[in-house]
Structures are given as C-alpha cells and as structure tokens.
Design a protein around this ligand. Structure first.
Ligand code: COA
Ligand code: AMP
Length: 673
C-alpha cells in the first residue's frame, strides 16, 4: 500500500472550510488512506442524527493495528524505526523497527487469545511508559479486544471504578513505575483496586521489573508466558468497533469512559500526523506524555505509527532525570522533528534552566527539530516567549480533549499556511474538521472577541468519541443537551477577529493540575467520607507551576471537631490513597460553614476567586454574604491564601458563577493582541 501523501494543496483556512462545509467529501478523501478489508457503505451515517448520534464509515471492515504496523511492513518498511525507548530512570535506551514491533504485538495478541480474550472483550492496562505498554495496546487492537489504559498516578479507588465499569477479562500490569528517583509499586495498588472492585478478571498478567518485583497471587501469571503463543493475524472488525475506552474526569465522581473506534482512529491518526503536525513517514515525533492520557494514546502510540513515523517513549521527567536537558538530549538522539509536551513541563524546565543553557548545549545536535507543540492546558505567554526565543523554532499551542482525540484548534504545520503565525496566549485557528462556535448562555452566537462557551457544530469528525462506555444516556446529556445541534466542550473562551482561538477556563468543575484533568467532585467524595466531616467543597486554584491545584474546605461535625489537625492530615492521606498522588491535594482548611446559594448550591467559583485573590463573583442568590468573610479568614490564616504570583499566567479571566464573565473579554483580547 502507498504511504500517506503529504498534502500541499490546501491552506488551513481552505481545508477547514472544506472539512466543515463539505464534510462527507472531505472525510471520504481522508478515508482513502485507510486499509479497508471491506469498503464502507456510507461515509456518514446520520440515520440517528435527530438523536445527535452520528457514525462514520459504516459497513466497512478495518483493523487499527493492521494499519499501524502490517501495512508498513508489507510495503517494505519493516526495517524502519517504529519506536525509540529512552528511560533515564533505568538507564535504558533501545529501539524497535516496525518488523520487530509487529512480531512482538502479533505474539502477545496470540497470548491474549490463548487466555480466552476475544473481539469485544475488555483488557485493562496498568503500565507505565514502556514499549510493552504499546505492545499491549496494539495486541488488543489486533484481535479486536478493547483496551483501557489506566494512568499510573491514580490510586486504588480510581482503579476499582474503572475495573467495575469496563469489566475487563484480563488485566495487564507492570510490577512498578519509576517516578524520577522513586519506585512506585503498582501491584499493591492493583491488588487494592481488585479488592475494592465487584468485578473480577479471569487473569492478571504481571510484567516484573527488576526495580520492584511483585509477589504474585493465584490470579496472576507472568508477561513472559504470553510469548508461548503463536503470533496471530489482525482480525478485521467493523468500522465502529471500539478500539479503546479511556476514562476521563467529568463533573461527578464517576469518570467518563470515552470510546474511540477503529476506523475513526485510523483516519484521524493518518490525517493528523502529516497535516496537523507536519510529520512524514520515516520522521520522528516525540510525544512527551504518559500512555495513560489521550496525548499518550494519540501522539505516542497510534498517530505516529499509523503515519509510518518513529515515535518516542520517554520514561523520565522533564527535570531531575537527571537535569532539565533530558528532553533535549532525547530530541537530539532520536532526530526528533517535532516535540509535543505539556506547558507545566515546559514551565518546570524554564524554572530550572531559565537561560536555556541546556537548550544551547543540545541545539547544535537538534538538526531535524522544527516545531514545539504544547497542549493539555493553556500555554502562558512568558513560557511561550522563553521557548520560542531559546529554541528559535515555531511554538504551537493546540487545544483538544480526551473526547476529541485530535486538535480542535491548532496551526497546522503540514500545510502551506505559513501566513498564520503562532500567537502567545492563543491555541491557533479552528482545527480541520471542527466547526467551532462561541455561544452565549442563551445560545446566541457571541461576537468575535467575546467570551462564551466553546461548542462544535454536529456532527463531530471521525476519530472523536463514539459514545461513553455503556452509557449513551450520559454521553448525550453531558455533551449534546445544552445547545441543540452542538457538542459542548466544557471550555470557555473566545475567537478573535483574526480567527485565533483562545481557551481560557472550564465552565464546569473539572480542574487541570499539571495538565492532568481531575474532577473536584471525585476529591470531594473522599473528603465527605471522612467520619468527622459533615460537608466539604473542593475547588481549583491558581498555581504558578501546575496551572491549577485543588484546595478543599471542610465543615466538621461538632462532636468530632476536637483534633482538627489530625482530621486534615487524614483527609489529605485519604485523597492520596483513593485518587492518587497526582491529585496533588495538599491544602485543606476548616470552616464553620460553606458559602451557598439559597437553593443550597455551594459557591465554588467564589471560593476559588477568594483563594486566588481575584475579585469574587458573588451571585445575587447567595444565602448569607457574611460567610464569605469567614472563608476569607480561613484561607488566609490556615492556608496562607491568596499567595503572591510570580507572574500572571492566565490573566484574570474566569467564568462567572452562573456563566461566562464577559467583562474581562476586552482586556484579555487586547493583551493577547
Ligand atoms: N505514576 C505514579 N505516580 C505518579 C505518576 C505516575 N505515572 N505521575 C505522577 N505521579 C506522582 C508523583 O510522583 C508525585 O508524587 P509525590 O507526591 O510522592 O511526589 C505526584 O504524583 C504529583 O505528581 P506531579 O504533579 O506530576 O509532580 P512531579 O513533581 O512528580 O512532576 C512535573 C512535576 C511538572 C515534572 C510533572 O507534573 C509533569 O511532567 N507534568 C506534565 C504532565 C503531562 O505530560 N501531562 C500529559 C497531558 S498532555
Ligand atoms: P484532557 O481531556 O485531559 O486532554 O483535558 C482537556 C481539557 O484540557 C480541555 O477541555 C481544556 O480545558 C484543557 N486544555 C487542553 N489543551 C488546552 C490548550 N491548548 N489551551 C487551554 N486549555 C487546554
């Protein structure tokens, strides 16, 4: 099969225009890049359009693993590097060619099949950034099993929730992950999750790592045992057969199981790598994330492989393994053309290398390097300037979500559109395939430059979420119900007169901690389970490094209020154990009462504003305004908030309690310009 051609004929505007005005033609053309075991009957099936349910390429048969590996080997590119693995924490560097990766994947797929895993069965993967994790994901795809990777920074309760919801037949886990100097034993977390879960898998396959070998239970077997099987061929599955479930935080404690399908992943992956990221077959793309997040799925595993590129798996931190030059070292050693990283990681590198001494050291060896992509949270302008000035390359912020799987706003680097310069504070122009609109609360479209809720006109392009696992009702109510005919992103922002998209904050109670998406509701659930707590609230507050961090306020039961310090210590420990260390929950204060509306709704945004030292949005429906003074005192005396900021990352734009704060729009728009 011919390799995907790079498209030179479109500007981003022309391509975007075609993708939203002539959606079916556009995605028919893109669909040509996939290998169809059986061609689809319909490009877009809108037979349930009135219910806001759309399906792409119905009637076709595909396999995402086949497109990611076999097609390249069959086309004679088996000796090309598929993946570079660099693990400074274990002192390991290795690479696998496409042929070698295919052999591993086909064998592990055979091993899974031998365990009774068949198409449609779920396999939960609890493994860190290792080539074996990628092998596990692709092996599932090969036999039509549905993988669900759980991020290693989550604790036992989060794991149990995902086990119960996805009901995996098999769990694949590593014995440990390595977080800089620290070895994190995964097996006790897995056993804890299984003890809490009501569902029990048939088997757990454990990859023993020498840094921390796990003791096995009768349910366990070893990763090596999978290799006693014969390699198997890719199984053709229907276009919309689920490829994976990736859980993400919503507004309740129950995470949402985003489902992506085989055909959508193939087409969007083959489209995004050359067009959005400007990467061609044989070139290297380095997605510095974790496999447990959507960026890991798209940028580390599927998209580079589907496009015939080399991908990089880096098991290290941006700093401290051993220094802030590690990422640039890997860039130079793997001939990386584009790096994708979270703004928090850049901020920490900037903190430890303000003058870019490490960048200067490695830059002469970064011949191929052309673009730095950032996403996951807003890139603050000072860090944008730092990176651009020191690297001397394009710095491209792009905006997307677990739900969409590829960029909703970006400056496409694979198109002839150099007339769109990246702009600090903006995540680029609307992404190809997405008809973005900004709506006021009443559903009327906002003016250019006016803040509002960011939505996308339906249907969404292929590759975006198909549904939520086992919960179509929640899929529709979470995303499609507020504005008829639109997907609601949950973000607020504006599009300026020159079409630059600015994403400013969430409209819901989801927070973004070091580019990790977390639910304040899930943390609140842990707080209120403490026997001494009668009520609790968690909000996201500003943090110079992590963007946001959670802060909790609790009201204690009068009879249990005698040892407040101990209660706070226990609450913090409980969050760490249940949600995981990644929640970074370190601040919790005690108040007499929480600020509420007369109908009993906790005024979380008001609490966050007080902690941040911003002007507090106080709704007219507040029950007793005097409580705000009490909260202010608690935050100041117990937790030391508000704290001075080293620099303004976000400006002061936030949504109002009841919707969107339009007054700040003009100030931010002119600052961004
Ligand atoms: N497995 C186990 N534990 C993990 C983990 C993982 N995969 N990821 C994080 N943790 C732990 C950390 O070890 C830390 O534990 P500690 O409280 O015992 O120190 C805690 O969770 C908080 O982690 P983090 O906020 O990541 O802090 P850090 O000091 O370890 O690292 C950064 C700081 C900036 C280097 C890191 O947050 C980072 O690289 N962020 C970018 C995230 C990213 O790439 N997201 C992808 C979305 S695009
Ligand atoms: P996740 O699903 O974990 O990728 O988180 C998606 C959310 O992260 C989005 O809805 C935004 O709130 C935020 N986000 C991601 N990328 C950006 C960006 N480039 N700028 C601003 N916010 C972003």
């Amino acid at each position: 099969m011919a390799e995907s051609p790079r498209s030179f004929i479109y500007t981003q505007h022309a391509m975007h225009d075609k993708s939203v005005r002539h959606q079916v033609d556009f995605w028919r053309e893109q669909g040509e890049r996939a290998h169809w075991f059986k061609r689809y009957d319909k490009v877009l099936d809108d037979s349930r359009g009135s219910e806001h349910i759309y399906k792409w390429y119905t009637g076709g048969m595909v396999n995402c693993c086949y497109d990611a590996l076999d097609v390249h080997v069959e086309a004679g590119h088996g000796s090309r590097v598929a993946v570079y693995y660099d693990s400074p924490v274990t002192n390991t560097k290795k690479h696998y060619t496409y042929a070698q990766l295919l052999e591993q994947v086909a064998t592990v797929a055979g091993g899974l099949r031998k365990l009774g895993v068949a198409a449609g069965d779920r396999v939960l993967i609890y493994m860190p950034v290792m080539v074996e994790t990628m092998v596990a994901m692709l092996a599932c795809a090969r036999i039509g099993a549905i993988h669900s990777v759980v991020f290693g920074g989550f604790g036992a309760k989060e794991l149990a929730t995902r086990i119960n919801d996805s009901q995996p037949k098999v769990i694949l886990a590593a014995s440990c992950g390595i977080e800089a100097q620290k070895v994190v034993a995964y097996k006790p977390l897995l056993d804890g999750g299984l003890a809490m879960a009501t569902h029990e898998p048939h088997k757990c396959v454990i990859l023993q790592r020498p840094q921390c070998e796990a003791s096995l239970t009768p349910l366990d077997m070893l990763w090596e045992d999978l290799f006693s099987a014969q390699p198997v061929d890719a199984v053709p599955v229907t276009s919309n057969h689920p490829l994976y479930i990736l859980y993400t935080s919503g507004t309740t404690g129950q995470p949402k199981g985003v489902v992506r399908d085989h055909a959508g992943q193939i087409v969007s992956g083959k489209f995004a790598m050359p067009t959005c990221y400007g990467i061609n077959p044989g070139e290297t793309f380095f997605g510095a994330s974790d496999v447990g997040w959507i960026v890991g799925h798209t940028c580390m595993v599927y998209s580079p492989l589907l496009a015939g590129c080399a991908t990089v798996m880096y098991e290290g931190k941006p700093v401290g393994t051993p220094n802030p030059g590690s990422i640039w070292r890997v860039v130079s050693e793997t001939n990386t053309k584009a790096l994708f990283i979270a703004p928090t990681a850049l901020r920490v590198m900037r903190r430890d290398d303000p003058n870019g001494e490490y960048i200067k050291h490695y830059k002469p060896k970064m011949d191929q390097f052309q673009t730095l992509f950032v996403a996951g949270e807003r890139l603050d302008p000072p860090t944008f300037d730092w990176a651009r000035d020191l690297l001397g390359c394009a710095v491209v912020d792009n905006w997307w979500q677990t739900e969409t799987g590829f960029p909703m706003a970006i400056i496409c680097r694979g198109l002839d559109n150099n007339d769109i310069p990246p702009r600090a504070g903006s995540c680029g122009h609307p992404g190809v395939g997405y008809d973005l609109r900004i709506l006021r609360d009443d559903g009327i479209e906002a003016e250019p430059g006016e803040m509002g809720r960011v939505v996308c006109k339906l249907p969404l392009p292929p590759g975006t979420l198909l549904t939520l696992w086992n919960n179509e009702k929640r899929f529709l109510s979470s995303y499609m119900s507020r504005y008829e005919g639109y997907y609601e992103t949950g973000d607020s922002g504006f599009i300026d007169e020159e079409r630059y998209v600015h994403i400013m904050s969430r409209t819901d109670d989801v927070i973004n901690v070091a580019a990790h998406r977390l639910s304040t509701a899930a943390i609140e659930d842990v707080l209120v389970q403490h026997p001494a707590v009668s009520e609790g609230a968690v909000v996201g507050i500003h943090d110079d490094l992590r963007g946001q961090i959670p802060l909790g306020l609790v009201v204690l039961k009068p009879e249990r209020a005698s040892h407040p310090d101990q209660v706070i210590r226990e609450i913090i420990a409980a969050v760490r154990e249940s949600i995981g260390p990644v929640a970074f929950f370190k601040n919790c204060g005690i108040v007499e009462r929480l600020p509420k509306t007369r109908s009993g709704k906790i005024l979380r945004r008001t609490i966050a504003a007080i902690a941040d030292g911003r002007e507090r949005p106080v709704p007219p429906t507040i029950d007793d305004p005097a409580v705000l003074g009490e909260v202010e005192r608690c935050l100041k005396e117990q937790l030391g908030y508000p704290r001075p900021r080293t620099e303004s990352m976000y400006g002061d734009v936030r949504c109002g309690e009841e919707g969107v704060d339009r007054e700040a729009t003009a100030a931010v728009a002119s600052a961004a310009a």
